[in-house]
Design a protein around this ligand. Sequence first.
Ligand SMILES: C[S@@+](CC[C@H](N)C(=O)[O-])C[C@H]1O[C@@H](n2cnc3c(N)ncnc32)[C@H](O)[C@@H]1O
Length: 218
Amino acid sequence: MSLKLKLEQGLQQAGIVLSAELVERLLAYLALLQKWNKVHNLTAVRDPDEMVTLHLLDSLVILPHIHAERLLDVGSGAGLPGIPLALCLPDLQVTVLDSSHKKTSFMRQVKAELQIDNLQVVCSRVEQFQPEQPFDVVISRAFSELQLFLTLTAHLCRPEGLWLAMKGVYPHDELAQIELKPSTPKPSAIVPLVVPGLDAQRHLVFLPNLTATAQAAA
Ligand SMILES: C[S@@+](CC[C@H](N)C(=O)[O-])C[C@H]1O[C@@H](n2cnc3c(N)ncnc32)[C@H](O)[C@@H]1O
């Protein structure tokens, strides 16, 4: 089966409708990832079929949950999930951040070649990143445990904004860890996700930043 057909079938199964042009742009991103990966080792996933499932579809199944103007993808690596989100949601301003020069060079190349105007690429350790404005949504996939993710990005999520953590199996231990810390944001929902063609669990953890609400109530 061609990569295009695999992506189209996966999108259909997930109930995600994208234009033919967008499908081509997603595949162009995948082609660049394959090309650079041969030399720069950006991702351990090397098989193009697996890249469709584990990188594109895994990132795209969260599309219905993104309602924001400004999103930060922390530890984005080769641009996941940030680049597929930026491609599919042109009105969303997406910042992809990683501390690795090799990975941010790749993401800059993708931005230039695919002319992704709503994508900003930042090379920085996240704890040192000082943007002009905080973000509506701060997301990560395969970055760190929940507690560390929240600690390192506490200055980056605006009051009443949202942290989204993309996880595999239901993260019992990580949730227990944050329950122990009274000052840590708590999850409002943990949504199971189905990634077409993937025989593994996925969960999206929603952690609202209630800072402003709490201050107003005090
Ligand atoms: C396992 S990769 C995940 C990449 C991508 N999110 C994915 O799901 O394919 C974790 C990434 O986080 C980056 N990273 C780790 N610690 C970081 C930090 N403190 N600040 C910024 N990036 C960091 C690493 O360079 C790496 O690219």
